[in-house]
Design a protein around this ligand. Structure first.
Ligand code: AOF
Ligand code: ZN
Length: 356
């Protein structure tokens, strides 16, 4: 079993090579052993629409080599005709004797059918190897398919006292360049970055990324000069009637204006998330100030929190999460830590909400 865990880790590494490129498909890696237990091939699902991991690995070798061998993969092999024929059929064709899987596929077209097909062909199937890690690896895919909604991640960078800027808004830079480099990698894993008009106005970020989402209730950002409007696809959620008349540039091909109802005097986040899923934006990274972070926190699936070893000790510097008044500590939202990484001298804490 230990040996399978090592191969499964290898599958995760292979799968991660395609991070940010497979949406809305999962991240999948595969290792093939011959009958003597030696690795003879590896593969991964490199890009949406391309070969699945098992097909990628098997097509590099011949059935002569794989006869009686073992295939390790982090997701149940598929059983449906999609962009490619079923991986389960190819595994059977290649004479594989044993298949080791981390988790079942949640796609209703597959869910259990792939395993059933393999077993019906007399293949031994082992499941559940490093299942928790495998679920985390494909948390976006699983949320999309099971809950039919966009996965929401949130990133913040604070001092030890949880501050993101001084009271005047000064924040460059709280974290080191190593941490800021890592932020670029994190962004690449998500379909879009979401931010607020206040952040656009205060920081004038470029955010060169596939898709950008800006929450700008009163359409007060500078559409002509802000860096963010100069590249890529942009959706602006707002609450202004006759918006496109007021903002000529909004008629531009790459800016989509979306009228959004208000809820408690703010743009309705549930409405926005529903719209994003309809727009096939399957995962977002929220990068903003305390107020928007506070509003998104109840909807967040995951938080990336960089912490620099600095303390402002300032009464009025800005907090990473704001917008509420509570009196009892048990009114706080609760999270569970998942990982601590070091980007010296800073750390990155990754945590998940504890569902109520
Ligand atoms: C696998 N291995 O590497 C992947 C799988 O659109 P298609 O035809 O590529 O099919 C996508 C579905 O296939 C996806 O939703 C998931 O259920 C499965 N993806 N399966 O065995 C892979 N990428
Ligand atoms: Zn497949």
């Amino acid at each position: 079993m230990k040996q399978y865990e090592i191969y499964m880790q290898k599958c995760f590494e292979l799968a991660r090579l395609a991070e940010g490129k497979t949406s809305p498909n999962p991240l999948v890696g595969c290792v093939v052993l011959n009958r003597n237990g030696e690795i003879i091939s590896t593969g991964f699902h490199a890009k949406y629409g391309e070969n699945h991991a098992e097909r990628d690995a098997l097509l590099k070798v011949s059935p002569k080599d794989t006869e009686g061998g073992t295939l390790i993969v982090n997701l149940e092999p598929c059983s449906h005709f999609g962009k490619t024929p079923p991986c389960a059929d190819l595994i059977i064709e290649y004479g594989i004797k044993k298949v080791v899987i981390a988790i079942e596929d949640v796609n209703p077209l597959v869910a259990g059918n792939g395993i059933a097909k393999l077993k019906a062909a007399g293949i031994e199937v082992v499941t559940g190897v490093l299942a928790d890690e495998a679920r985390r690896l494909n948390e976006v895919f699983m949320t999309n398919i099971k809950e039919k909604r966009t996965f929401v991640a949130l990133k913040t960078a604070t001092t030890l006292d949880g501050k993101i800027a001084t009271s005047s808004g000064h924040s460059k830079w709280i974290t080191s360049s190593a941490a800021r480099e890592e932020v670029k990698h994190i962004r690449a894993h998500y379909d879009a970055i979401l931010t607020s008009s206040s952040t656009v106005i205060a920081d004038n970020p470029t955010m060169r990324h596939k898709t950008k989402i800006i929450l700008d209730r009163e359409l007060k950002t500078d559409f002509e000069n802000s860096e963010i409007y100069k590249s890529g696809n942009i959706y602006v959620f707002h609450n202004q009637k006759n918006a496109s008349e007021t903002i000529a540039r909004a008629a531009d091909e790459h800016i989509g204006l979306i009228y959004t109802p208000l809820k408690n005097d703010k743009l309705d986040i549930e409405f926005i998330l529903k719209k994003l899923f309809e727009l096939k934006i399957y995962s977002i990274l929220v990068e903003s100030g305390g107020i928007l972070n506070g509003s998104f926190l109840p909807f967040a699936d995951k938080i990336y929190h960089f912490i620099a070893p600095k303390i402002t000790c300032d009464n009025s510097s800005k907090s990473a999460f704001a917008g509420k008044n509570i009196t009892e500590i048990n009114e706080s939202l609760n999270f569970k830590f998942c990982e601590i990484q070091t980007f010296s001298p800073d750390i990155l804490l990754t945590y998940y909400p504890v569902s109520a």
